[in-house]
Design a protein around this ligand. Structure first.
Ligand SMILES: [Zn+2]
Length: 388
């Protein structure tokens, strides 16, 4: 049997080292010749001292570091423009994103805009970025978004709509995975971002488009690592093995969905972010179970294949339906044990808003088109009701 042609794209190098942020200067010195760094992060990490080992190491290696720490969740366009202005003033020659998905997203486009004449409005869409960017390094501090290995930046426009830039140039040159940086992540954040990473792997594995043997391999290994370490990372935040496994698992899930895109869980999660500012990870965690059950009619054979990677208790000889159900049950158990909120009503969502959320979700046509089962507006409403 011949398989269809496919491409798989990821970043050039991924360096994994516990405590590696404290050696960032040495690592960078071998990678790039520029000396002026723009470090893109958020104020919470800056105040908590999370940047200090990296900053000290960069200074010792002779780099001049300008910190831009005004990144916020769901970053507005204005934040990116301020970041670019600060980088330009500092004469930045290297951009480092150090933080969660929002910081890394802003770093990607800052690296482009610091050397580009294209206005931001022209960059939105797929493949619109022209020309090169500055050297770009990503250092995640959560095991969740996978943004360090994706080529997408999502920004919030002045009218509160979300717009995405998708371009080859947004893949970083280098990624540093230092799980020590994730030690301080509180249990609820660890749970929500970890479940979001599992959603990335599941939705990539069942995606209608561009699913391929490499994205499948990444998704399976992501699920193996994430499912066997999520609860330990939530309960024992300083568990080094669990934190390292989660960070690598989230990165693998990012590689999977950068190549085989996510679907209905994300489509239904975005309106929760837009209307209620529920964080990305939590909104996906809230919608996972209803969508898994809804997709069962088409995705059961693929779910059955994932039963083993997630450690579902089911015989290897069991039939597809039994294995698929065991897969879903295992995820429900994991979510319950993680301590993440499970109901929309517990996250501030009002029941009378559900029809509005369903209407909003219908606008996510790009994501809904990847779902194994078609989702109508009444389906979306039923899914929100199931999650309520
Ligand atoms: Zn996500």
């Amino acid at each position: 049997m011949s398989s269809p042609a496919f491409s798989f794209t990821t970043v050039g190098q991924i360096h994994v080292e516990w405590g590696g942020a404290a050696r960032l200067g040495d690592l960078l010195g071998g990678w790039f010749s520029a000396r002026n760094i723009l470090l893109v992060t958020d104020r919470g990490l800056h105040k908590a001292g999370v940047l200090e080992p990296a900053k000290a190491s960069l200074a010792a290696a002779g780099f001049a570091v300008t910190v831009f720490d005004a990144v916020v969740a769901d970053p507005p366009e204005q934040v990116l423009l301020e970041c670019v202005a600060q980088g330009r003033e500092a004469g930045a020659g290297i951009v480092i994103g150090l933080g969660g998905g929002s910081s890394m997203d802003v770093a990607k486009l800052a690296a482009v805009m610091l050397v580009s004449e294209q206005p931001l409005a022209e960059l939105y869409g797929i493949g619109r970025v022209e020309g090169p960017r500055l050297p770009l390094v990503q250092v995640p501090t959560t095991a969740g978004t996978g943004s360090e290995v994706t080529n997408i930046t999502i920004l919030t426009r002045p009218d509160h709509s979300k717009m995405g830039v998708v371009a080859e140039q947004l893949y970083a040159d280098r990624v540093l995975l230092d799980a020590e940086l994730t030690i301080g992540l509180p249990p609820l954040h660890t749970a929500a971002t970890g479940i979001d990473a599992m959603v990335h792997a599941i939705e990539a594995y069942t995606s209608k488009h561009r699913k391929n043997p490499l994205s499948d391999a990444a998704a399976r290994e992501a699920l193996r690592l994430l499912s066997s370490n999520l609860v330990a990372a939530c309960r024992h935040g300083a568990d080094r093995n669990a934190r390292e496994a989660m960070l690598i698992g989230a990165m693998l899930a990012g590689q999977a969905f950068a190549n085989a895109p996510v679907a209905a869980v994300h489509a239904l999660a975005y309106p929760l972010g837009g209307r209620y500012h529920i964080p990305h990870g939590l909104s996906n965690a809230l919608m996972l179970q209803p969508v898994l059950e809804f997709n069962m009619k088409a995705a059961a054979p693929l779910y059955a294949e994932l039963a083993d990677p997630v450690g579902a208790e089911v015989s290897r000889e069991a039939d597809v339906e039994t294995k698929a159900k065991a897969f879903v049950q295992r995820l429900i158990t994991l979510m319950n044990e993680s301590g993440a909120p499970r109901r929309l009503r517990d996250s501030g969502v009002a029941e009378e808003m559900l029809p509005q959320l369903a209407a909003d979700a219908m606008l996510q046509t790009r994501l809904l088109g990847n779902n194994p089962v078609d989702v109508t507006e009444s389906d979306a409403l039923a899914l929100y009701r199931a999650a309520f």
